[in-house]
Design a protein around this ligand. Sequence first.
Ligand SMILES: O=C(O)[C@H](O)[C@H](O)COP(=O)(O)O
Length: 310
Amino acid sequence: MSSPKYLTGDKAAINEFIDKFDTFLFDCDGVLWSGDHVFDGVIDTIQMLHEKGKRTVFVTNNSTKSRQDYLKKLTALNIPATVEDVFGSAYSSAIYISRVLKQASQPKPKVFVIGEAGIETELASENVDFLGGTDPALRRDITPEDFKALADGTGLDPDVGLVLCGLDFHINYLKLSTAFAYLRTGATFMATNTDSTLPMNHSFFPGAGSVSSIPLANMVGGGKMPVACGKPSQAMMDAVEGKFQLDRARTCMVGDRLETDIKFGIDGRLGGTLAVLTGVMKKHDFEKEDAVTRPAFYVDKVSDLGVATD
Ligand SMILES: O=C(O)[C@H](O)[C@H](O)COP(=O)(O)O
């Protein structure tokens, strides 16, 4: 693996870098913002890319929000975008379940969800029947009656054939027990994404993988991992390519996490990958001898690209 090229402060190299691509796939958390704090210069940089005729697509593993929700956040933060520019792991999962698995025509068409409204909205947009998710009936302690009903199956919906788990800010023992009970009936095991942490407010919190899919994988055992539809899944890359008619050679992935964003771009054989150091990744992560993945380029922060307009 060749050494990543550091672009910060090198105007000629940055201009050459930008000219290599027509489309930039941007990760969100840790690249554009931390929580509701948009990093300095991000808005100007996105606008600069648009003025140069470049397309920007926001590809996020955060399944708590739908495309519309993300558009509201982008708009509130003054980042120029349309709903068509957003591609999240909730949407990626919903189209995989509806169009690849054709879940509606399966003997057990319903989906049990661990996650937030973003997943529910995207499943509904694909006419996939679901339960769980933000249902307030699940936001409580497990009872002896629950143990009995989950153990003998009377507490399960016989039409559930798939479990989809993502980031759930209301995770609890009852939800995990219910999901595990469905998996024990043979339900298909899927995850929107398996990120270990969520970058938020310039710190890190439990991510989707840590709160739902990895604990369930541990319960199921045998090394069985869920089909994940977020980065670095190439099911997501294929869907992004199809929707945006990408020329992969002229597309660059911009991200803050080696094992999701950069791996997504490399495995997808994109023309390039750009790492930014405002989120999860630190320079050492890809400079160390045993780094499994290395970006082609890196900058300290996204706004370092802004010198291209000077
Ligand atoms: O735990 C998660 O779901 C992820 O940390 C989070 O949502 C990542 O979002 P992204 O960086 O892909 O925008």
